[in-house]
Design a protein around this ligand. Sequence first.
Ligand SMILES: Cc1cc2nc3c(=O)[nH]c(=O)nc-3n(C[C@H](O)[C@H](O)[C@H](O)COP(=O)(O)O)c2cc1C
Length: 203
Amino acid sequence: MKFSALFSAAAALLMFAGCAGTAVQSAPTLDEVFQTRRSVRAYEAGKVVTEAEVREIITAAQNAPSWANQQPSKYYVALSPEKTAAVLEMIGGNKEKVANASALIVSTYEKGKSGFNRGQQVNEVGEAWGAYDNGLSNAYFILKARAMGFDTLIMGMRYSDQLRPLFGIPDNEEVMAVIALGYRAADPAMPVHRPVDDIVKFF
Ligand SMILES: Cc1cc2nc3c(=O)[nH]c(=O)nc-3n(C[C@H](O)[C@H](O)[C@H](O)COP(=O)(O)O)c2cc1C
């Protein structure tokens, strides 16, 4: 009797622990995200990223810093098969790499905001501050996507003159990268990184 009561209690504890183990999946650390985030050039067909998930990624990207909090970055998200098929024709040789990505997202920034004060260019960098802010936003985007288990490819090889009419992107926005979003079909190789001493000088 005593033994069976103990056994039941132990079994209940084990069941609880088992349930807790499956229910609580720990989030990856920032270093794990950095290590596993790679440019993915082959995606699993039929695995879908939802609009809600893309919203979550872009909401996270809104935490990126920007010049005077100008937040010049904008995202145009192709999710439907028709729209993604159209974008695939506008990214040149990248088409084969991202043919099975779930979403193709055009990243732009509004010109005349970052690096400007009352319409006047603040320093020699000029509009490049908008591109700087856009890159920061994109960095947050791809890292958040990886933290959620997705994969990405930033593509600078794309035809902006064709993408503009497809999404109705106005002239006051600079079209930057197209970002593929989906699930990796295979683990990509780690690229060679320059030694830190090549890129840093301490004084
Ligand atoms: C601005 C920018 C443009 C890029 N354009 C392309 C592209 O058009 N096609 C492509 O296959 N990779 C492109 N890449 C991916 C880079 O080749 C990749 O980030 C680099 O080789 C380092 O690999 P990793 O991202 O796996 O660390 C681009 C990356 C950046 C940041």
